[in-house]
Ligand binder design. Structure first.
Ligand SMILES: Nc1ncnc2c1ncn2[C@@H]1O[C@H](COP(=O)(O)OP(=O)(O)O)[C@@H](O)[C@H]1O
Ligand SMILES: [Mg+2]
Length: 244
């Protein structure tokens, strides 16, 4: 029996009195590529932030790699398990690309090595190979701000490769991109996840992209799971109900 990389048991989250996640339970196996879909405000980002531990739960438990997420006392160890890709590529724009990529290594470096890295980047070959994987090997010393939106999202993916977590959460990773760049970034992201045997959960604004790139689709509405199916099993009627 394969082990679950992530399990949620009756996870609820309240903001003030408002129930934003309502007893969400799900199991995810290693290697799955999952789209989280649902209308704006349905709780997708809240769910991801709960898994990232940036938001405390109101009720329920989350197990990551068989361990309650609250039992990881060390943030560096946690960053080796799970990493996140945001909609607004949270890169330091003034720095050269190489620094943003190697920031993925901070969870393994001590403070001195991290500071030293600002003057003389450590582990250049690692950054170079991650940038090659995302097709940006020639941009390593460019100021990040000079890159296009699609390229910056690829830098953020290179940083994740360097971070090397087992689970990647992506919160609307392409909603700021035009269709061509969105296609390129999703193709790249899902390809790398497969090649490196990672697990991916991405909230997707577009159901079309979710259908095209993801194996499993979880529909969430008003904090509750409405369906959780292999993508080709999801019916138009279920999608209509989700967005109604
Ligand atoms: N920090 C917060 N404080 C209060 N309410 C919040 C906070 N974050 C999110 N919410 C509310 O929780 C609900 C779910 O939000 P969110 O998880 O961002 O939805 P989604 O990502 O699906 O669009 C929304 O009603 C939102 O207004
Ligand atoms: Mg959101």
């Amino acid at each position: 029996m394969s082990q679950h990389i992530l399990s949620l048991h009756n996870v609820s989250k309240r903001f003030n009195e408002k129930l934003v996640l309502d007893r969400v339970s799900l199991n995810i196996q290693s290697g799955e590529i999952i789209a989280l879909v649902g209308p704006s405000g349905s709780g997708k980002s809240t769910l991801m932030n709960a898994i990232m531990r940036t938001l405390p739960l109101s009720e329920g438990t989350i197990l990551l790699d068989q361990t309650n997420i609250l039992d990881y006392h060390n943030n560096k160890v946690y960053a080796q398990k799970v990493g996140m890709l945001h909609q607004q590529y949270d890169l330091v724009k003034q720095l050269e690309v190489v620094h943003n990529v190697l920031a993925g290594r901070l969870n393994r470096w001590g403070i001195w090595r991290s500071l030293l890295s600002l003057f003389k980047p450590q582990e250049i070959p690692l950054a170079q190979s991650a940038l090659t994987a995302v097709g940006l090997s020639d941009k390593i010393y460019r100021p990040t701000t000079e890159l296009s939106g699609g390229e910056q999202q690829r830098v953020a993916i290179a940083r994740l490769l360097v971070q090397n977590p087992m689970l990647i959460l992506a919160d609307e990773p392409v909603s700021a991109l035009d269709p061509v760049n969105a296609h390129n970034v999703l193709t790249l992201l899902t390809k790398l996840v497969r090649e490196h045997n990672k697990t991916l959960i991405a909230s997707m604004h577009s159901v079309e992209y979710a259908k095209t790139y993801f194996d499993r689709m979880i529909g969430i509405k008003a904090g509750k799971i409405l369906f959780d199916l292999q993508t080709d099993q999801v019916t138009q009627q279920q999608l209509n109900t989700l967005y109604k």
